[in-house]
Write a protein that binds this ligand. Sequence first.
Ligand code: NAD
Length: 247
Amino acid sequence: MGAPNSIVILTGAGISAESGIDTFRDTNGIWSKVDYRDVATPEGFARNPGKVHAFYNERRRGLLRVRPNAAHEALGRLEAAFGGSFLLVTQNIDDLHESAGSRRLLHMHGEVNSALCEACGKRSRWSGDMSINSQCPHCGTVGRMRVDVVWFGEMPYHMDRIEAAIAACDLFVSIGTSGNVYPAAGFVEQARLAGAHTVELNLEPSEGYSSFNEAIYGRATEIVPEFVRQLLAAEVDAAFERISPLP
Ligand code: NAD
């Protein structure tokens, strides 16, 4: 394809794997050790909030030990250098995209560094541990704080903005996601309907691999920087051609 005008990128746990954060569904992934119904559903939280707080406290503490990798950094460079419309949508609850300079970024499954008060509905940045005794900094209520992530059975965030960007994009790139979790797994079909070129960058073919026009398989730290390099080179070529069209 030629240089795109509007890019939407979707990332999943695979982009953070080489930073040392476990994925969910791979062998040794988080769901091989913990039952998601206990720690990632509203019912699990109602049954045992202490267990859920402990699970996310561990994830939040883990962020202090990790750094963005070459794939996060390449996406930060792409956003800074790309002249067209750009949106990065992540399913990840970590903050590695922000640390690598991404700004036009939506966390569709929330953030582990954010807390939501079930009493007043307000959000707060949250960097330490959370417990059943935590107090809301806004309304002062004790015992109604939860991690601000989207659990199974809950509606992902920012869907209107994401779907509008997908409907208007001409390049859709999916990175490091297994294609198991909807609605994110359906974005590729929406992008195709909108006429976009669709690319999968993953360690192995995802569930929805046959929906993509193009696929590159390998480790994110290797294939994402190379993909970004080629995309930016194509944009420079297109700009030269606009200035001095080939005869
Ligand atoms: P997933 O665990 O289902 O799939 C991860 C995918 O990444 C797999 O297809 C795997 O082949 C691929 N992968 C693994 N290592 C890779 C590497 N080095 N380079 C490239 N690809 C690699 O994760 P998902 O699809 O993101 O599942 C969605 C859910 O997982 C979301 O709800 C998200 O919130 C959650 N999640 C987030 C984090 C995080 O914040 N870092 C971690 C685990 C899970």
